[in-house]
Design a binder for this molecule. Structure first.
Ligand SMILES: [Zn+2]
Length: 357
């Protein structure tokens, strides 16, 4: 019988890997306190009766090689042994990198397995380092192994899981995940992220998949400063209809919390209301489309005081519970011109992606 609680995956040593720079370097914010304070908050905030905890196992080399090149795995191993060094843009080694990266990948895989085995309907892997910038062969952006891609790839070996949707609401474009599944028609990747329209770059909405997979890569590139209202429109007008059209058996979520207005790395303007809205909409889809369930993995989210409340709100949404009244939910003056520019972008994305619905 399915456990009525939600699975929360953690590890008592997820704090060991530390980036070798002090603040205000970007790298310094991917810090041990992110998961430590979130775990503490979730123990204290009253939600713990709804959660069952499990310790993340380490992923095996065989698991990692389902997605990544042997060179990537070997360089992470070698440079962890050396204890320092640069593996890619904003991806540095430490003596504990390999151990923490394998456990982060293993946590994501375990979360996906527990859901596809029917033990839990929803699972969340609260682990670091994050994964969505890691491509098949290159670590980048604080990411080494692509946790969500590894978990999706492994559970798709089951015949019952033919199609999976990955929703990535981290502030940044999940270039690694997009690359890994860009030509795979059975994995729908939907990323909503901050985009620089002055300089362009990858993550544009004209990237919509390759070959048989045309239509399965969906980018929602918003302008920095995007509001809760804009995120809600993107969910209602793009994400929900795209998932309904694709009809996945399983939902995977790259839960990045660096869109919060108090995040020191991301530049968006949402509060925990949006994480609750996103959890609620995705939890509803799991029910409506009769999916086996959802699993989520932590990506970004660099204000340790915000990570716990954000996950709290997201989980309450997923479980279809009332929105928690949290301290960060304060009125912020809307910027009409910015909201209008973002609505124009959403209109354009709808035009591009609705051809495939
Ligand atoms: Zn991010």
């Amino acid at each position: 019988m399915q456990n009525q609680k939600m699975l929360l995956i953690t590890h008592p040593k997820s704090h060991l890997h530390v980036q070798p720079f002090p603040r205000p370097n970007l790298e310094a914010f991917e810090a041990p306190l992110r998961t430590q304070m979130a775990e503490h908050y979730l123990s204290e905030c009253g939600i713990s009766t709804k959660l069952e905890r499990e310790k993340a196992p380490k992923a095996t080399a065989e698991d990692i090689l389902k997605v990544h090149s042997p060179y990537l795995l070997e360089t992470v191993r070698l440079m962890s042994n050396l204890g320092s060094g640069n593996l890619g843009e904003a991806a540095y080694a430490s003596p504990d990198l390999l151990r923490n990266a394998l456990a982060s990948a293993g946590g994501a895989i375990r979360a996906a397995e527990r859901v596809t085995e029917g033990v839990f309907q929803h699972a969340f892997s609260l682990m670091r380092p994050p994964g969505h910038h890691a491509s098949r062969s290159t670590p980048a952006g604080l990411c080494y192994f692509n946790n969500v891609a590894l978990a999706v790839t492994k559970v798709m070996e089951k015949k019952s899981i033919e199609r999976v949707t990955i929703v990535d609401f981290d502030d940044h474009f999940g270039n690694g995940t997009a690359e890994i599944f860009y030509a795979n028609p059975n994995v729908q990747y939907i990323s909503i992220h901050e985009y620089d329209y002055e300089n362009f770059g990858i993550g544009h909405y004209e990237e919509f998949g390759y070959g048989e997979a045309v239509g399965s890569n969906i980018n929602i590139p918003l302008i920095d400063g995007s509001s809760d209202m804009v995120y809600k429109q993107a969910m209602d007008r793009i994400i929900v209809p795209s998932i309904k059209s694709f009809k996945p058996h399983l939902l995977a979520v790259s839960a990045g919390l660096d869109t919060h207005y108090a995040d020191p790395v991301g530049n968006m303007n949402v509060d925990t209301s949006t994480y609750w809205e996103y959890g609620k909409a995705l939890g509803e889809l799991v029910k409506e489309l009769d999916m086996v369930g959802s699993f989520s993995v932590l990506e970004g989210g660099y204000n340790p005081l915000v990570t716990g409340p954000s996950i709290h709100a997201y989980i309450m949404g997923l479980l279809q519970e009332a929105k928690p009244d949290l301290q960060d939910q304060i009125g912020r003056e809307p910027i009409e011109s910015l909201d209008n520019a973002n609505i124009d972008i959403i209109d354009q994305v709808v035009e591009v992606v609705s051809r495939f619905w």
